[in-house]
Ligand binder design. Structure first.
Ligand code: ATP
Length: 427
């Protein structure tokens, strides 16, 4: 099964989905780039979340906050003191690991002796200002959600939202992870999709259960293999003091069950902390009842890159064809596929066919992301599109010139049917 991760990693490089960052310099641990196909997929994935979490809900609004904030934010949030990850060091090869990643032996050299766990702070430091001596230490945000708390009051004052309502954001977060690993599963720069739902304290229980179900349903719609999804409930004794409960949506990765998203009970912790540290009262007054209270928060916080990786693992198939050939196909949710269709002129040396194909291609690009490919034989073109998960391949051939129909080939069933050109857009 670990093999699957290898196969997906190599597909990503081969087909321009994900590249190691700074590869020509030997790479840098925990940083990845999205290639020409990957960026389309990732943007579709983010749009998919936004559509589900913001567009379809009248009481959730979005923001787009900065990566660097006032440094006090991270004091208030507790990250400067306690955003640590524990690591042990192998006494033989000096590699560092999270204690949960070793089962007795050093994963690198097989050594069996380790130092006591030490805590490392994962916040990335930087400096704001250019004049030596006047520079202020600042931090790259360790979690994207903090900007939502900072903008809470601005959103209340500038929109027609009343509690209960949510603020959503997709954005980068940075963590100096001790052991970035498993391709893009654990990286040092990544994107999170967060939604913070602000409610009256009496409504917490109900809202928590609501969002827990909503978020599981979201992942069920996204992935094909529902048996690879489950909830993990955090044991009561491990919860932070303000949390009444916490659940992770987990996905069964090739290396075991792994966190995909957290649904967290944050209570009034965040707004109280920021009220104290900023000196600005962030409490809320109910416009109907006049009751003043500190809103409580249910958080849903997931990783975009992690979801993307799980989605690739979930979609990757190798199928043996009748002629014994193996076809690799990415049976990815069509909404996320980089291209909705590929357009092929059957041959590239017949101007009537090429021109007709161009005409169809240009018409489709008005509303859809489609790809043009006139290189090599049709079989090879199908293989390529299968590997990047293009749902349909449209071939323009001699018959097209006679009756205005094209061949449409389905990615998953490989079935081909003749379709009228004017029906393509509906399809
Ligand atoms: P983990 O236990 O795996 O380190 P976490 O519990 O620290 O994750 P949260 O702080 O709850 O994670 O962040 C919310 C989401 O952000 C996670 O569910 C995950 O999808 C994503 N995430 C967190 N850390 C990373 C990382 N280093 N690389 C990629 N995604 C991450």
């Amino acid at each position: 099964m670990e093999d699957l991760l290898q196969k997906v990693t190599s597909l990503c490089k081969r087909r321009g989905i994900i590249f190691q960052n700074s590869e020509i310099y030997g790479g840098i641990g925990g940083f990845y780039d999205y290639g020409p196909v990957g960026v389309e997929m990732k943007n579709n994935l983010k749009r998919y979340w936004w559509k589900n979490m913001v567009d379809k809900r009248e009481n959730v609004v979005g923001i787009d906050g900065t990566i660097i904030t006032h440094p006090k934010v991270w004091e208030a949030s507790g990250h400067i003191k306690g955003f640590g990850d524990e690591a042990v060091e192998c006494k033989k090869c000096h590699a560092r690991f999270r204690p949960e990643d070793i089962d007795g032996k050093c994963p690198k050299c097989g050594g069996t002796e380790f130092t006591e766990p030490r805590t490392y702070n994962m916040l990335f430091k930087t400096e704001v200002g250019v004049i030596e001596g006047e520079k202020a230490t600042a931090y790259l945000r360790g979690e994207a959600c903090q900007t939502i708390y900072l903008d809470f009051k601005n959103v209340v004052d500038s929109t027609r939202q009343q509690i209960p309502f949510g603020i959503a954001q997709i954005g980068k977060a940075f963590r100096n992870e001790i052991t970035p690993n498993k391709f893009t599963f654990r990286t040092r720069e990544f994107e999170q999709w967060d939604m913070q739902y602000f409610v009256h304290p009496n409504e917490m229980e109900k809202s928590f259960e609501y969002w827990k179900e909503e978020r599981m349903n979201f992942y069920k719609k996204l992935y094909r293999k529902h048996e690879n999804l489950r909830f993990y409930e955090h044991p009561k004794e491990k919860l932070v003091f303000y949390a009444k409960k916490a659940f992770d949506v987990e996905y069964l990765a090739p290396w075991g069950w792994a966190e995909n998203e957290g649904i967290h009970w944050r209570g009034d912790y965040d707004l109280t902390q920021h009220s104290q540290f900023s000196g600005k009262d962030l409490s809320y007054t109910d416009p109907q009842t006049g009751e003043k209270y500190m809103p409580n928060i249910v958080e849903t916080s997931g990783g975009v890159d992690r979801t993307f990786l799980f989605l690739l693992l979930d979609s990757y198939e190798e199928e043996t064809l009748e002629n014994g050939e193996i076809r690799t196909v990415l049976k990815i949710n069509p909404e996320i596929a980089a291209y909705k269709a590929a357009v092929f002129p059957l041959v590239s040396n017949k101007p009537e066919i090429v021109n007709k194909a161009r005409e169809i291609f240009e018409k489709l690009t008005d509303t859809k992301k489609v790809l043009w490919d006139a290189r090599g034989n049709i079989g090879k073109r199908y293989r390529y599109q299968d590997e990047i998960g293009t749902p349909y391949c449209i071939t323009i051939d001699y018959q097209t010139l006679e009756d205005n129909t094209v061949t449409v080939r389905d990615r998953d069933t490989m079935k081909q049917e003749r379709v009228k050109i004017e029906d393509l857009t509906n399809l």
